[in-house]
Design a protein around this ligand. Structure first.
Ligand code: GLY
Length: 377
């Protein structure tokens, strides 16, 4: 249960978000940001960057703000990035398993909120592309596209669980159950082969794309094979929760809870989440995006379990968000992003920078705590 002190903190933090988004939305109106360079949003909306998997989150942030404030300027900015994303369908080759991340917070959100018919068409187009990546013999949705000289046709990743909601939405819209069946077959495979008995998750599983069956696993963006990439744990936690919300299949809720229990048990005293729960102690690299995504997913679990259980999930979410708000948020005008110490991958050259989906999930989680949820997924 949220105590009075928490409620005051939530109110104050949401006010800080509104104040920051008021000027950032004007300043970055014509951009699709991923990160910052010297505190200024970069722009992914050129030809090379337009299909980048995070390009839906800026539009999503604008819809969150529209929902919170009712100010039409946010709908206008959201539509600028939504229109730019149409180019991806023409390019085609750049698109991938992350079309849910791209089109749920943009086109589908626009359709859900404003009933924009063109947006519905784009959402369905994206859902069809995702459904087209399903491998029926291995019962998984294929990740990424081939890199020159490599065959990735058997690769599936835990991240895809958070893209499945675009398939559920397509079935809800069209009444054609094919999309939902594909999503559930992928989720069932993920329950079986990605989630380990202790509730941790693999990042990448390679299947035999011709005959089915698991070939091997990879550590992917985490520390090593068999380790526990924290953002991957959060895609599992949030993704299974969404599969439960859309289908009512109790195994998905139980799996989301199992992953959540593992995650909660591993939250350090500080509340700052490492890139991998099994990384060496030094360097102490963090990933604030994992903390924000986990918090938002934990709040979702809290909404769907009984009174007796819900405080455990809610308290963990509040701990993560308070740690971020107190020490990892930049509320000044010197930086266009909010969250600091975000990291894309353990073995990447750079760590601890701004990443747009960190801001998105932090905002989403805070607004959920306030009770002003906007259903994006
Ligand atoms: N979906 C890719 C990532 O989480 O980095």
């Amino acid at each position: 249960m949220l105590i009075e002190q928490d409620k005051q903190w939530i109110e104050e933090t949401v006010q800080k978000i509104i104040q920051k988004m008021d000027w950032v939305s004007e300043k970055s109106k014509h951009k699709i940001p991923y990160t910052t360079i010297d505190g200024v949003h970069n722009d992914q909306s050129n030809m090379e960057g337009i299909s980048w998997w995070t390009n839906g989150f800026w539009g999503g942030m604008m819809w969150l703000m529209y929902h919170e404030t009712g100010n039409e300027k946010y709908a206008e900015v959201a539509r600028i990035s939504e229109e730019k994303l149409d180019q991806c369908f023409i390019n085609y080759y750049g698109l991938h398993h992350d079309v849910g991340f791209m089109y749920l917070p943009t086109a589908v959100a626009d359709y859900r909120i404003k009933k924009n018919a063109e947006s519905k068409k784009c959402g369905l187009h994206a859902a069809n592309l995702l459904a087209g990546r399903f491998n029926p013999i291995g019962k998984f949705i294929r990740a990424w596209n081939d890199h020159p000289g490599s065959d990735n046709s058997g690769w599936a990743i835990i991240d895809s669980l958070c893209n499945l909601p675009i398939l559920y939405w397509a079935t809800e819209e069209t009444k054609d159950p094919r999309f939902k069946h594909i999503a559930m077959m992928h989720a069932d495979t993920a329950m079986e082969v990605f989630i380990r008995p202790d509730g941790s998750s693999n990042h990448i599983v390679e299947f035999d794309s011709e005959h089915g069956g698991v070939v091997k696993t990879y550590g992917g963006q985490g520390y090593e094979n068999g380790s526990s990439w924290t953002r991957g744990q959060t895609w599992a936690l949030y993704g299974f929760m969404m599969s439960y919300i859309h289908t009512g299949k109790i195994e998905y809720l139980n799996t989301a809870k199992r992953v959540a229990h593992y995650f909660i048990a591993n939250i350090p005293e500080s509340g700052f989440i490492p890139i991998d729960f099994r990384q060496p102690k030094e360097p102490a690299w963090e990933d604030s995006t994992a903390a924000a995504i986990a918090a938002s997913g934990l709040i979702e679990i809290a909404k769907h379990v009984g009174e007796y259980e819900k405080d455990m999930y809610l308290n963990a979410a509040v701990k993560l968000l308070k740690a971020l708000e107190e020490k990892r948020c930049n509320w000044t005008e010197k930086n266009d992003c909010i969250l600091e110490n975000c990291s894309a991958a353990y073995h990447a050259k750079e760590h601890h920078f701004n990443i747009i989906y960190g801001d998105y999930f932090f905002m989403e989680a805070m607004l959920k705590l306030k009770g002003d949820d906007l259903f994006i997924w």
